[in-house]
Write a protein that binds this ligand. Structure first.
Ligand code: ADP
Ligand code: MG
Length: 184
């Protein structure tokens, strides 16, 4: 397994793919070489989501968070373009599943998050909540969530580390490995 050059590992919590740790979570790292690859990775991840999930996305500007989210839109056959909700904080898309796409870059307070109806979003059946700048939700992130950390490693190279916390449908790592054999 390749490791990222930058600070994209979970400290001591990171385990090689396939190894069960004390918390029985799995961490998986992949490098993508184009926006298309990152979107394709998003499609695979979306296809392995449980009925309802919160996906916390971390990474600097242009790390590829929105690009990965486009893959969810593609997988759920959303028929409108997904754009970053930087000013509205949340956008909603109806496909085969409901997508709530949050971008908390400009969040100024926890009250603002509550006013968005955030807690209701988290409880929506068949709803997948993708949160860019998830660190800004701080303690309001639900305990059970999938974590994806993205970082630049070159012009078009991105390191993407996924920890599914045991929440995703099994087999996603194999599907990703089959799609990106040279990268894992
Ligand atoms: P974020 O939402 O993290 O701010 P975006 O997904 O909006 O980032 O933008 C990512 C930018 O980086 C886009 O301009 C995209 O074309 C570019 N890019 C280059 N290589 C990649 C890659 N491997 N994965 C994702 N985006 C990439
Ligand atoms: Mg974005």
């Amino acid at each position: 397994m390749q490791r990222c050059k930058s600070e994209c590992l979970y400290g001591t919590g990171t385990l090689p793919f396939g190894t069960l740790g004390a918390m029985s979570t799995q961490s998986f790292t992949i490098h993508t070489h184009s926006p298309e690859d990152t979107q394709a990775l998003g499609v695979i991840l979306a296809q392995h989501m449980p009925d309802q999930a919160v996906v916390a996305l971390y990474g600097d500007l242009a790390a590829g968070k929105t690009c990965l989210t486009h893959g969810f839109g593609e997988a759920y056959a959303v028929d409108e373009p997904i754009s970053s909700p930087t000013f509205t904080l949340v956008n909603e898309y109806h496909g085969s599943k409901l997508i709530y796409h949050l971008d908390l870059y400009r969040l100024t307070s926890m009250e603002e998050l509550v006013d968005l109806g955030y807690e209701d979003l988290l409880d929506t059946p068949n709803g997948i909540v993708l949160i860019e700048w998830a660190e800004r939700a701080d303690t309001m992130l639900p305990e059970e969530h999938i974590t994806i950390k993205l970082s630049h490693e070159g012009e078009d190279l991105r390191c993407i580390e996924i920890n599914d916390a045991g929440l995703m449908i099994e087999g996603w790592q194999e599907t990703v490995t089959a799609k990106f054999p040279q990268d894992v």
